[in-house]
Write a protein that binds this ligand. Sequence first.
Ligand SMILES: Nc1ncnc2c1ncn2[C@@H]1O[C@H](COP(=O)(O)OP(=O)(O)OP(=O)(O)O)[C@@H](O)[C@H]1O
Ligand SMILES: [Mg+2]
Length: 277
Amino acid sequence: MISLRNVSTHFAGKRGEDGFTAVDDVCLDVPAGSIQGVIGFSGAGKSTLLRNINLLERPTSGQVVVDGVDLTALDDEGLRRERHQLGMIFQHFNLLNNRTAQENVELSLKFAGVPKRERRERAAEALEIVDLGDRARSYPAKLSGGQKQRVAIARALATKPKVLLCDEPTSALDPRTTGSVLQYLADINQQLGITTVVVTHELDVVKNIVDDVAVMEAGRIAERFAVDDLRSGAFQPTTEIGRYLLDADLHIKRVPLAERRRHVAANSTAAKELAHV
Ligand SMILES: Nc1ncnc2c1ncn2[C@@H]1O[C@H](COP(=O)(O)OP(=O)(O)OP(=O)(O)O)[C@@H](O)[C@H]1O
Ligand SMILES: [Mg+2]
């Protein structure tokens, strides 16, 4: 579903200073319907890589192919259209404070070119998915951190994306709220089959919802492994973070990807429309 081919991102330095290569020749394939984790120390290039996927940060070189479309080859109009297939959520929610939950979600639909009469209904549907139907008229200031992040998830889902990009979606939340937001992300992945990439510092996120992990170090992917292989001992990580994951107890059960895909295929037509698997 997502294929990064030799993606590099170089930030030019100011006059006289050397530039900085934040993402260095990364190749990564994320299968449809899976949840890809990206972990690594601060400054490793995780956020830049995530922003490369929807071209919020256009890579200096390499290709980004999503569902068979080379985003890096599109013109502005083509990219604008394709971007609506890529939902994104951020660490600090990025909601507009002077708009209600419903209006925040409707705004993303407006940007996606959805006609006004459809926006209200689709925003309401998206808020239902994250169980916030009853808070549609609340302003962000009146919502808890977890609720704000759920509005942000609804906003990302409203355009019916094929891909959900999450940059540290739970690091501003307390552990219990983290659990609830992770559950929503796992449920959405399972029910709608949305291919998800999660950048995180938190091992809980990796242990609970991720299928595959990519460890970033200094702009490169230092290693990759399936969380199941880590669990079974079939894979021995070589990076410091990978080894740490191995030591942390992994006891949460996940439905295998093939089973999740079957579940999606067997489910509602709306889900089929979204799944693209
Ligand atoms: N617009 C920019 N201009 C110059 N350098 C940048 C820019 N954005 C990021 N960088 C640099 O690129 C490197 C990687 O940044 P990035 O935000 O991708 O790291 P990260 O792995 O997400 O870190 P963190 O875990 O702290 O969020 C950092 O050294 C950062 O200073
Ligand atoms: Mg970051």
